[in-house]
Design a protein around this ligand. Structure first.
Ligand code: OVV
Length: 402
């Protein structure tokens, strides 16, 4: 392996941000990273890391110097063959990035998706009524945080019933694969051929329901906005980036409320805070913890010269907890303005599905606020370890009905 010689004076760390202990609880590592410096060289992976808000946001903004086309994981696509055909959005830069991005931005825009509100509200109310009819204690990851997105999102894309089981495990593997080739990746690799085949089948024009996002992506190809070869990969992006993320975003907000009962009261008093609550949870937990970039030139950041062609690991979760940017960053607080967090990224690659995510979250939270006076943790919680996601395996909760 070629190793960069970090500039004299650049702090060096031997820590492994992808080891189980850090994935289980990344906050102590991130506090140390921020304290160590604006840029820290990670020996173990030969990458430069950024943990402070200012530098992370600046790097995300400067896509010309910090490219995505060499991959946004540890693997450098200039040197290593990607394990799957690269995403036309996430793993691309202008100009190639722009047409796929424009197609999705239009389809997933705040006005375009309003038409989904009514049906999704009915779905949320039905799901909650059925769940609460069974009792006041339940496991909230399976029964709520996963159940709601899986009920509404695949239908909105227009994918058939069979194959849906692949969505969460495929997404889990993609997010693992952004990290190093550790045990988590090895475990996912066992099923990857089967899961990739299911995903590809769902992106086929012939199976997509008319009127859904998937069919509309193909119609964009008919218009010539994108090529027919691009269409299935753009559907794949929607299905890859749209499920595990929203599931863990919802799990994050449920957990945050369960351990901050005063904030739940605040939401009950003012359900219009549902959107703020979700963004505050995305800041607080940062379901997507990290992404890499690759330098396209020698560039100086915070006194460190980062050589061209190097991988940079940006800690979105750490930036979202940086006390230089946020007052009491470790508090989940509905009175703060969380806008400006980098939990959805920043700049030209900022999450194109964020309006869908906010719509799902605000609908389920609003329906919950009507029905539930309190929510608390009712047993041992369990994290789901992933190289990129801050995820939950199990959240047993006890609620009180209104
Ligand atoms: C943001 C994100 C995560 C994972 C996959 C993709 C995007 C994709 O475009 O495939």
């Amino acid at each position: 392996m070629t190793s960069a010689v970090p500039t004299l004076g650049t702090p060096v760390s031997d820590a492994d941000p992808f080891c189980d202990d850090v994935l289980e609880d990344p906050l102590p590592f991130q506090a140390e990273l921020r304290a160590t410096g604006p840029v820290v060289y990670l020996n173990k992976y030969d990458v430069f890391a950024m943990g402070r808000f200012e530098e992370v946001q600046a790097a995300l903004t400067d896509w010309q110097s910090f490219q995505s086309a060499a991959g946004v994981g540890l693997s450098n696509f200039r040197k290593e063959k990607p394990w799957r055909p690269p995403s036309l959005l996430l793993e691309a830069d202008p100009p190639h990035h722009d047409a796929p991005r424009a197609v999705l931005a239009k389809l997933l825009g705040p006005r375009e998706i309003r038409r989904l509100s009514e049906a999704w509200t009915a779905d949320a109310e039905d799901l909650l009524d059925q769940l609460l009819a069974k009792g006041t204690e339940f496991e909230a990851v399976t029964n709520l945080a996963s159940a709601f997105p899986l009920r509404v999102f695949p239908n909105a894309v227009g994918i058939p019933g069979n194959g849906r089981d692949a969505l969460l495990p495929y997404g889990d593997h993609v997010f693992n694969a952004f990290g190093p080739a550790n045990e988590l990746v090895a475990k996912g690799a066992q099923r990857v051929a089967e899961l990739s085949a299911s995903m590809a089948a769902m992106c086929d024009r012939n199976v997509l329901t008319p009127g859904g996002f998937g069919a509309q992506i193909w119609e964009a190809a008919d218009r010539g906005d994108i090529t027919p070869a691009q269409a299935p990969l753009i559907v794949r992006s929607l299905l890859t980036a749209g499920v595990d993320t929203t599931v863990n975003g919802l799990a994050a907000v449920l957990y945050a409320f369960a351990v901050n009962p005063a904030q739940w009261s605040r939401l009950r008093e003012n359900p219009a805070l549902a959107r703020t609550a979700f963004d505050e949870a995305v800041r607080f937990e940062s379901p997507v913890q990290t992404f890499f970039r690759t330098t396209t030139r020698d560039i100086e950041v915070g006194g460190t010269l980062i050589p061209e062609g190097h991988k940079i690991l940006m800690f979105l979760g750490s930036a979202n907890r940086d006390p230089r940017r946020w007052e009491n960053p470790d508090q989940f607080d509905l009175t703060r303005d969380p806008s400006g967090h980098v939990g959805f990224g920043f700049g030209i690659h900022q999450c194109v599905g964020q309006h869908i995510a906010r719509l799902e979250a605000s609908i389920i939270l609003t329906a919950m606020a009507k029905r539930i006076t309190s929510i608390e943790i009712a047993g041992p919680t369990r994290r789901h370890l992933n190289n990129t996601l801050r995820a939950w395996e199990s959240l047993p909760v006890r609620i009180r009905r209104a």
